[in-house]
Every structure is written in structure tokens, then in C-alpha cells.
Design a protein around this ligand. Structure first.
Ligand code: GDP
Ligand code: MG
Length: 326
């Protein structure tokens, strides 16, 4: 990866140089940034074999750590762990690989959902369940969500995000505009209905409200390849389901290849929202304990503002000088 330096170190340099902040404030902010540098976000990614877990992981985090097109390893059948700077991914098959495998995978997933970290907080910050958009029978995926995940999430269901992948294949490849890498209106309608029916099936079984989204992780297949669609939307929704003070660490690990983030629906400006989310997150975590005399009205006070300004520059750089995005 091109950018080896951690954004918290770059931010620390900027803060050091800021002549408007007192030494005490600087000390506190630098301490907060050191803590942030070590902050981990643990994500459990699950879904039926072939739904695109590996493809999604690679698209989001830009390495080929996860092997695409490889089913469950019958030797271990365990959760696979992928570690980046701050993101730790736990990749587990969902249901549908046979009775014995299903039992094993369910147990692995449930154990992970109850695991605590060193601070005695829940280890898993976010559970990403991936559904395969082109599959008619999602029965085993609903069993996974309704019977395995939701009952074992704890009271707060915010950790759960459901995402429908392979949007391009939802109607067997029809109505996908390959030139522009986006769905045509017929497919959009079909996908919107899929979102609604997913929502309803979960609501009926568990009384839990979810807000599923659809996307395409894309693929590389010999000579032919397709970029992701709605990958920025997926990332933004993942951020929104992650505790606020931790969100900014995704900035370190997200795929630096700009082209992966370009094709999205236009419901929101996802790339702009992502940057805003990162800045708000770092403002709140890095200014904690500083800024005692903060002005009322400025949500983060003077220190927060200084951090926000520095973060705008540093994170813009991290995204590969993609100035046109912001
Ligand atoms: N057309 C299309 N193929 C995809 C997409 N995502 C994944 N695939 C393909 O689906 C197959 C299974 O993907 P993989 O990531 O290995 O799924 P996993 O078993 O859940 O990890 C591979 O051939 C991928 O290239 C997508 O969004 N669109
Ligand atoms: Mg895989």
C-alpha cells in the first residue's frame, strides 16, 4: 500500500504545529491520537458460501487477503481472521453447507457474538450479513439472521447490517448497464422490492427493524472485470453501524484505489458523507478531555475545530488526493 504512515501520526504532526492550542491541550490530544492509533474495529462478515464475502472484503480493504471463489475449508471449517492496521475481519460461512457444517458455523458465530475484548466490551463492533442478490431461495440466510444472529446480538441490534450483494446478477444479469456499471430502472425496482421483502421477513420473524442495502462487490475473472457498485454506500452504512468514536479508523484501512468508490446510486453523496463521518469521529475522539472551556454552540469547541481542520487535510491525502470527491 502506498500510504504507510498512520493518519493519527500525521494528525499529531499537524496538531504539534498548531500555535493556537495550549501545551496542555496538545498533550491531551496527542494522547487521544495514540489511543486511536491502537483502536481496533472488529467486524464479523457472514453469509452463505458464494454470496461474495471474500470479494466484498477485498473490495473494501484493497488487498487480496481473502481468497475469492474458495468454499469452506473442510479441514478447519473455522472462522477466518484477516487483520489490517485497525480493522479486524472475521469471515465465517453462514448456513447451507450441510447439517454438520451448519451446526459448527452457528456455534462459531454465536461464540463470536458473545466474545468480550480486553476492556470487557463486546469484541464484535459490527456484524455484516451478506445475501446473494441472484438467489431466489434465501431461506437459509433468513434462518441465519432470524435464528442465529438476532437472538444472540444482545438488546441493542445496531451492530447488525444486512447487505444484498451481486446486484448485477439479481435478474440473471438482465437490466445491468455494463457501460455505466449501474442498474437500469427495471432492476432498481426489482432490487428495491428485494430490500422490502428482506425487511419484512426479518420483522415478521423477530420484530426487529433493519435497513438492508444492495451493492455489487464486482469481480475479476481472467480478462473480464467489473468495478464495485454502491461500495461507498456499503462503507457509509458500515460506519453508521459502528460506534461513533471508532469510525475514523476505517480511513486507515479502506481500499486506496479510488476507482472502486466511484459508482454509486445518487440517493446521497456517499463519498462526501464518509469524509464528514470520519472528521466528526476524529473530532470527538481526539478532543476528549481537552477543551475544558469550550464555547457553547461549537459542538466540539476550539480543539475539536483545530482537529477537524487538520483531519480534513490529512484524510483528504489518505484518499489519494481525490479532491473532486469532497
Ligand atoms: N457478478 C458478480 N459476481 C460476484 C460479485 N461478488 C462476488 N462475485 C463472484 O461470486 C463468486 C463467489 O465469491 P466469493 O467472494 O468467493 O464468495 P464467498 O464464498 O462468500 O467468500 C466469485 O466467483 C466472485 O467473483 C458481484 O457483485 N457480482
Ligand atoms: Mg470466501
Amino acid at each position: 500500500m502506498t500510504n504507510e504512515k498512520h493518519f493519527t501520526d500525521e494528525l499529531a504532526d499537524e496538531i504539534q504545529r498548531d500555535s493556537n492550542l495550549s501545551d496542555d491541550t496538545k498533550t491531551q490530544v496527542l494522547l487521544n491520537l495514540q489511543k486511536l492509533k491502537k483502536t481496533k474495529v472488529n467486524i464479523l462478515v457472514t453469509g452463505a458460501t458464494g454470496c461474495g464475502k471474500s470479494s466484498t472484503i477485498n473490495a473494501l480493504f484493497g488487498s487480496e487477503k481473502a481468497k475469492v471463489g474458495q468454499g469452506v475449508n473442510p479441514e478447519t471449517m473455522d472462522i477466518q481472521k484477516f487483520e489490517y492496521n485497525n480493522i479486524i475481519l472475521w469471515d465465517s460461512p453462514g448456513l447451507g453447507d450441510g447439517k454438520e457444517a451448519d451446526r459448527r458455523h452457528s456455534k462459531n458465530i454465536i461464540d463470536k457474538l458473545y466474545e468480550k475484548d480486553n476492556n470487557d466490551d463486546m469484541l464484535i463492533d459490527l456484524v455484516l450479513v451478506i445475501l446473494e442478490g441472484g438467489t431466489r431461495d434465501l431461506g437459509t440466510s433468513f434462518d441465519l439472521i432470524n435464528q442465529v444472529i438476532i437472538p444472540n446480538l444482545g438488546k441493542d441490534k445496531k451492530r447488525l447490517l444486512i447487505a444484498i450483494n451481486q446486484a448485477d446478477q439479481a435478474m440473471k444479469g438482465r437490466y445491468w448497464n455494463h457501460q455505466e456499471n449501474r442498474p437500469e430502472p427495471e432492476l432498481i425496482k426489482f432490487l428495491d422490492e428485494k430490500v422490502t421483502s428482506t425487511q419484512n421477513r426479518i420483522k415478521e420473524a423477530t420484530d426487529v427493524d433493519v435497513e438492508p442495502i444492495y451493492y455489487s462487490a464486482g469481480y475479476k475473472d481472467g480478462d473480464s472485470s467489473q468495478n464495485p457498485y454502491n461500495l461507498s454506500k456499503l462503507l457509509l452504512f458500515m460506519l453508521r453501524h459502528t460506534p461513533e468514536d471508532k469510525r475514523v479508523v476505517f480511513a486507515q484501512d479502506r481500499n486506496k484505489d479510488k476507482i472502486m468508490w466511484e459508482d454509486n446510486d445518487e440517493i446521497e453523496d456517499y463519498n462526501k458523507e464518509i469524509k464528514k463521518t470520519f472528521i466528526e469521529s476524529v473530532m470527538s475522539s481526539a478532543s476528549a478531555g481537552a477543551d475544558i472551556g469550550a464555547t457553547i454552540g461549537g459542538a466540539f469547541g476550539k480543539t475539536g475545530e483545530a482537529i477537524g481542520k487538520a483531519a480534513g487535510a490529512v484524510l483528504g491525502g489518505l484518499w489519494g488526493a481525490a479532491t473532486s470527491w469532497w
